[in-house]
Design a protein around this ligand. Structure first.
Ligand SMILES: [Zn+2]
Length: 242
C-alpha cells in the first residue's frame, strides 16, 4: 500500500468508525428501556409480589380455619354420641361420667370457636387487601401494555435505522483494504469502540487523540507520511487528520 493510498484508507477508516460509533449508540438506545416503562414495570412487579404473599397468607389461614372446622365437626359428632350413650346410662355414676365427658367436649368446641373468630376476621381483612392490590394491578396493567407496545415500535424503528447504517457501512468498507479493516476491528473490540484516532498537533508536539500521549517524532513522521502506524501507548491506528 502506497503512502498516499494509506492516508486515504485511514481517512475512509475514520469515517467508517464514525458510522460504527453511530451504530453502537443506536444499539445501546434500542436496548435501554424508557424510564416510565421501567417505573411502571417495577410497580407492577411489586404489586404482583405483594399479591402473591397475600394469597399465600390467605391459603395458610384457610387451612388453619378448615382444620378447626373439621375438629369442631368431629367433636360435635362425639358430643352427640356421648349424649346418646348418656341416655342409655344405667347408674348415676355413669350419668355423671357422661356429663363430664360432654362438658369437656363442649369446652373444647368453645375454645376452637374462639380460635376461629380472629382467623375469620383476618381472612376478611386479607380479602379486602387482595381486592385492593388486584384493583391497583388492573388499573396499572393496561398502561404497562401500552408502554411495552410503544417501546416495541420505538425499538423496531431503531432496528430499521441500524440496518440502514449497516448497509451504508458495508459500502464504505469496500474502499478500505481488508487487512486494514481487520486490524481496525480487532483494535476497536479491545479498545472500547475506537480503533483509529487522529494525531493532534499541539505547538511543537503531536499527541494521540485516543490516549493523549505525546508521540515520538519518528512515529509522528510516519503518520504524516500516511504510513499505517499504531500509537505506541494505546495501540490504536493513527490518522494524520484533514
Ligand atoms: Zn494512543
Amino acid at each position: 500500500m502506497g503512502n498516499v493510498n494509506g492516508a486515504e484508507a485511514l481517512k475512509a477508516l475514520y469515517g467508517l468508525q464514525e458510522k460504527d460509533l453511530e451504530i453502537d449508540r443506536l444499539q445501546k438506545e434500542a436496548e435501554s428501556l424508557p424510564e416510565e416503562l421501567l417505573a411502571v414495570k417495577a410497580q407492577v412487579e411489586a404489586l404482583e409480589r405483594e399479591l402473591e404473599s397475600l394469597l399465600e397468607r390467605q391459603s395458610e389461614l384457610r387451612k388453619e380455619y378448615n382444620r378447626h372446622s373439621l375438629d369442631i365437626e368431629d367433636l360435635t359428632a362425639k358430643e352427640k354420641q356421648a349424649e346418646a350413650e348418656q341416655r342409655q346410662a344405667q347408674s348415676a355414676r355413669e350419668q355423671t361420667q357422661y356429663e363430664n365427658r360432654i362438658q369437656q367436649i363442649k369446652d373444647r368446641i368453645k375454645e376452637l370457636l374462639e380460635l376461629s373468630t380472629p382467623i375469620m376476621e383476618a381472612m376478611e381483612g386479607l380479602e379486602k387487601e387482595i381486592a385492593r392490590v388486584e384493583a391497583e394491578l388492573a388499573a396499572l396493567k393496561p398502561r404497562l401494555e401500552e408502554l411495552l407496545e410503544a417501546n416495541q415500535v420505538r425499538v423496531e424503528a431503531l432496528r430499521q435505522e441500524i440496518a440502514q447504517r449497516l448497509e451504508e457501512r458495508s459500502l464504505m468498507a469496500e474502499s478500505i483494504p481488508s487487512p486494514v479493516l481487520k486490524e481496525y476491528e480487532a483494535i476497536r473490540r479491545a479498545r472500547k469502540g475506537t480503533g483509529v484516532v487522529r494525531m493532534l498537533r499541539q505547538g511543537q508536539v503531536f499527541r494521540c487523540e485516543g490516549c493523549n500521549v505525546v508521540l515520538p517524532t519518528h512515529v509522528a513522521q510516519k503518520v504524516i507520511q500516511g504510513q499505517l502506524t499504531r500509537c505506541p501507548s494505546c495501540g490504536r491506528l493513527l490518522w494524520k487528520g484533514d
